[in-house]
Design a protein around this ligand. Structure first.
Ligand code: XMP
Length: 333
């Protein structure tokens, strides 16, 4: 629409003015904000933007490839993909406490990104170094860091905090989404040509599957969880609610699968199985501070559990989480 086209033209002009002929680095996570920021900045300055995508090995099924297909394949942006899964899984070995896991993942993430950014800042033959760090900061983030959040007495779950990164790297900050609310960021993303499925995706935590595998994180668990979760999400998108005409993916605010590292007994053919358990979690909420578990149709739950148990060898039991927040939280860790 008109308003959005004007807004893009204005934002593009502003970015060009601010950046001039300098180089920009952006940390691409695959989430909505960094994706829209990348698409917008790329529209403005093309190859003067280099994105760094750190794959911590705790992403969803095919997520890394999808990010690369979109940004490199379709938008022709420069993206450096860093496969750091061995590093992350190595440091997480033996660690089971949720906050300890968050700290390790968040810390390593910053370390890996900083190392890549430092290389780009230094430049190389034929390329001068980068001078800007772009971030997908949106208006609610600006408000939050203004104090509302820091007044909170108890930290229930520590989130990624990348504050101070530009100073540490000696880079200037570029934040083209600073004035926008989430809905506006999404509309902008669609107008820039990002697929609606990407822009309207449920939120995904920074530590990724690291907090959806209870206790110690292992590659074997992550691989099983990825496959089970992909089935759940696929069926949420397949099932439409007749009353509203919306899919169950769109009718839920967040939905995912949790890996429980316990084994239970099952039966398959003539044999006994002794395999892992997963829990399905789906909630409806407007602010993520409180949330109700979603009353998914039995037909959907039945389809998902049947598929997971039949298709993912190693999982023989599927449960549904019927806990609301509070007192439960949305994630299990
Ligand atoms: P909880 O589990 O606290 O989750 O009810 C509320 C929302 O926050 C997300 N969440 C996180 N996001 N890093 C993030 O970036 C984290 O460590 C983290 N922990 C929870 C959660 O997915 C939900 O949307």
């Amino acid at each position: 629409d008109w308003v959005m086209r004007d807004h893009i033209a204005e934002a593009v002009e502003q970015i060009r003015q601010q950046v001039g002929d300098e180089e920009v680095i952006l940390g691409l996570s695959g989430g909505v904000d960094s994706s829209v920021a990348a698409a917008l900045i790329h529209r403005a300055i093309g190859d003067q933007l280099t994105c760094v995508f750190v794959d911590h090995g705790l992403l969803r099924l095919n997520e890394g490839d999808m990010v690369m297909d979109m940004f490199v394949g379709k938008l022709h942006a420069k993206v450096i993909r860093v496969d750091a899964s061995d590093l992350f899984l190595g440091k997480l070995a033996g660690v089971s406490e949720p906050e300890a896991k968050r700290k390790i993942i968040g810390g390593l993430f910053v370390d890996v990104f900083k190392a890549e950014a430092a290389k780009l800042k230094a430049g190389n033959a034929g390329h001068k170094g980068a001078t800007f760090l772009a971030q997908g900061t949106i208006y609610p983030d600006v408000i939050e860091s203004g104090g509302a959040k820091s007044k909170k007495a108890v930290t229930i779950k520590s989130h990624h905090n990348v504050g101070g990164l530009p100073e540490q790297l000696g880079l200037k900050l570029l934040e083209p989404l600073r004035d926008l609310f989430k809905d506006e960021v999404r509309e902008l993303g669609v107008a820039l040509g990002l697929p609606p499925e990407m822009v309207y995706r449920h939120p995904f935590p920074g530590p990724g599957l690291g907090v959806r595998i209870l206790g110690e994180v292992k590659k074997e668990y992550a691989d099983l969880l990825r496959r089970a979760d992909a089935i759940f999400i696929e069926e949420l998108r397949n099932f439409t609610d007749e009353a509203t005409g919306k899919t169950w993916y769109d009718l839920t605010s967040q939905a995912f699968t949790v890996f429980l590292p316990v084994k239970s007994v099952g039966v398959m053919g003539d044999g006994r199985t002794y395999d892992y358990v997963v829990a399905l979690r789906a909630v409806q909420t407007s602010d993520f501070m409180t949330a109700d578990w979603a009353e998914l149709p039995y037909a959907l739950l039945k389809k998902v559990s049947g598929r997971i148990i039949n298709e993912v060898r190693g999982i023989n039991r599927v449960t549904y989480d019927v806990s609301s927040k509070p007192p439960a939280t949305i994630e299990w860790e």
